[in-house]
Design a protein around this ligand. Structure first.
Ligand SMILES: Cc1cc2nc3c(=O)[nH]c(=O)nc-3n(C[C@H](O)[C@H](O)[C@H](O)COP(=O)(O)OP(=O)(O)OC[C@H]3O[C@@H](n4cnc5c(N)ncnc54)[C@H](O)[C@@H]3O)c2cc1C
Length: 597
């Protein structure tokens, strides 16, 4: 079984030659974060994830998390690995230096998340949720809450969680019933039960800070009546030391398809009427606070999909090089490894090209977040915020779908051994299967894209992005590899423009008809952007080859992979325009009774 190796060179290629990372080094405070510094960080992160987290992946999956005497115990080695993670300063890598973070560009946090997801997906959920909680507190917490909690959340000494889901309130968050009652001292008493809470309890830190959505007695119905509370496992004294245990507990752990080592808890708050919570932001404004957390977590989940897809590729390639079956077509005698068979090649290249496309989309998304926060120019901040908003549902849904597709293909490459746990590739699929579901299902991402993002700022952001892609296509030579890429991306853009025009009109006429095509529309959108970005990389690689710069074999591979994506993977996405514009008629042509016959 191939051990994970961080694809540092591929990451560097996207940073340097596709998304223009150097723009970030011109921002205030980021001048040092260029050149050798990037190489050092990526190499050290690669080493840590591969050497410390990777070796625990299989054993932690087999052991899982358990609950003993009301306390969750994580798998052997997790607490020690977490200690090393904190001591290495990894948790605060791109978090606010005012509270002890290292203040590096946000994109480093995204890359680290990808590496952790490859090496050990279940472990990675803990820091991912912690970062969401941290960002929400940074953006919306009072100075006092920030001073008390942020330093420890940022160092990783404490972890944070996100508590939205209840049995009747999943996608429909507005249906939640957890209660919050005002107290004379300004705190609130929280009571209710949450389900599916990731790392709701564990033994890796001595405090856990829960961010809990709850409803005040006089709150309006639905999402307009939800408030956000900070609810610590242990109350914190004025001097920062830990005080009494708060009235909350993990009730049980879910038995899951994958990510066994990530404890997914049913949490109970206020069994004894004494669960203390502190308001974050304003009463009844909890949803907008939570969105800060969710948007970043959505990119995080997309990058989890990417990380697992990368692992799937390494596993599939490793097996395909070793496994000998049959003769290559046209060969007379000698048997050969299965990667000589065209179908196996197709599977390998499908995973590889998809991974590279998702990586480019995700890193561009992260760069836009950095610029949205730190660019000096107001207009530039605004434009990048819009771009980040537009790209986030693409990163989340396409990234996680590619994760599942890649893991499934990797099993196929392994043949029967892929279905046997021993190879470890079955775990890859089990672990990644949750990513299209949590942080807003991919169906919800597609609705977000057509419902909110297309209309945002009168569509200026997608129009500008489409124009940028068009200018790129027009600038490419008419023949050769780049000509083929121009042709394919041009067709995809034409289909995307047509589907978008239909969506914009249909949203006004019949939202249900537009919603019926939302998922294929997201796929067409994401793959067009992916093809454009791979094309940018191919163009750059071609120029470098012509100048005799860099490693020729590596650069030639970038051109071939981009062309494979455009010629072999993109056409089915382009064809989605027809089903998209058909609307919802057939979906509702059968009555509910007829669905059962
Ligand atoms: C392992 C795991 C970890 C999790 N971690 C956390 C956590 O840390 N914190 C937390 O709060 N939650 C967590 N969740 C919950 C997770 O976010 C929800 O499961 C998810 O949001 C979907 O909600 P649901 O399960 O109720 O599905 P439902 O909402 O019942 O959805 C079922 C299906 O219907 C579709 N659907 C529902 N409503 C709509 C709609 N309006 N439009 C279109 N389609 C719709 C969905 O896309 C889906 O396909 C976790 C879940 C799991 C399994």
């Amino acid at each position: 079984m191939a051990a994970y190796v961080a694809p540092v060179r591929d990451m560097r290629f996207v940073l340097d030659h596709v998304i223009g990372y150097e723009d970030l080094t011109k921002l205030p405070g980021y001048a040092e974060a260029g050149g050798d510094f990037v190489a050092t960080i990526l190499e050290e992160a690669g080493k840590f994830t591969a050497e410390v987290l990777g070796p625990l992946r299989r054993s932690a999956d087999a052991e899982g998390a358990r609950i003993e005497n009301g306390q969750v115990r994580t798998a052997k080695g997790f607490a020690e690995a977490y200690r090393q993670y904190v001591e290495g300063g990894w948790n605060g890598i791109s978090l606010d230096p005012a509270y002890g973070g290292q203040g590096l560009p946000y994109i480093f946090g995204v890359i680290l998340n990808e590496m952790i997801a490859s090496a050990n997906t279940a472990f990675g959920l803990c820091p991912m949720l912690n970062h969401g909680a941290t960002e929400a507190l940074l953006a919306h917490g009072s100075d006092e809450l920030k001073a008390t909690y942020l330093p420890k959340l940022i160092s990783g000494e404490w972890t944070g969680t996100m508590n939205l889901t209840e049995p009747q309130a999943g996608t429909d968050v507005g249906a939640l019933r957890t209660k919050a009652e005002r107290q004379a001292d300004g705190t609130y008493l929280i009571s209710g039960q949450k389900i599916f809470i990731t790392y709701g309890d564990h033994d890796m830190t001595d405090n856990i800070i829960h961010l809990v959505l709850a409803r005040l007695p006089d709150a309006p119905a639905g999402t307009k009546g939800i408030s956000l509370f900070l609810v610590p496992k242990f109350l914190v004294n004025k001097d920062g030391s830990l005080g009494a245990r708060n009235d909350l507990r993990p009730v049980s752990l879910e038995h899951k398809l994958g990510i066994h080592a990530s404890p997914t808890c049913v949490m109970s708050y206020g069994d004894n009427g004494r669960c203390v919570g502190y308001l974050i932001g304003e009463e009844n404004k909890g949803m907008s606070c939570m969105f800060t957390m969710m948007n970043l977590a959505r990119l995080g989940v997309g990058m989890q999909g990417l990380g697992v897809a990368e692992l799937a590729y390494q596993q599939a390639l490793g097996y395909a090089r070793e496994r000998v079956q049959g003769k290559p077509i046209g060969a007379s005698d000698a048997k050969a490894p299965i990667l000589e068979h065209p179908d196996v090649r197709r599977m390998l290249l499908t995973i590889k090209a998809s991974v590279e496309a998702v990586r480019a989309i995700g890193y561009l998304n992260a760069k836009a977040i950095d610029l949205a926060h730190h660019a000096a120019d107001r207009e530039e901040r605004w434009w990048n915020q819009g771009l980040a908003d537009l790209l986030t549902p693409l990163s989340k849904a396409y990234g996680s779908d590619v994760g599942v597709e890649a893991a499934s293909l990797a099993i196929q490459v392994h043949g029967g051994m892929g279905f046997i746990e021993e190879t470890g590739v079955a775990q890859t699929l089990r672990d990644v299967r949750i990513t299209p579901i949590y942080e807003g299902t991919n169906g919800v991402q597609a609705m977000d894209l057509i419902g909110r993002k297309l209309g945002q700022d009168a569509g200026e952001h997608w129009q500008a992005l489409f124009n940028r892609i068009e200018a790129f296509v027009n600038d490419l030579p008419p023949d050769g590899d780049l000509g083929a890429i121009a042709d394919g991306v041009g067709h995809a853009l034409a289909a995307l423009r047509r589907a978008t025009a239909w969506m914009m009109a249909e949203r006004e006429q019949s939202l249900r008809a537009a919603a019926a095509g939302a998922t294929p529309y997201l796929r067409l959108f994401a793959m067009t952007v992916g093809a454009y970005l791979l094309g940018l990389g191919a163009k750059r690689a071609t120029a470098m080859l012509a100048n005799g710069e860099g490693d020729a074999a590596y650069l030639q591979a970038r051109v071939v992979v981009a062309r494979f994506y455009v010629e072999q993977l993109l056409p089915p996405a382009v064809a989605l325009v027809e089903p998209i514009v058909k609307g919802d008629a057939l979906l509702y042509a059968l009555s509910v009774e007829q669905l059962a016959v």
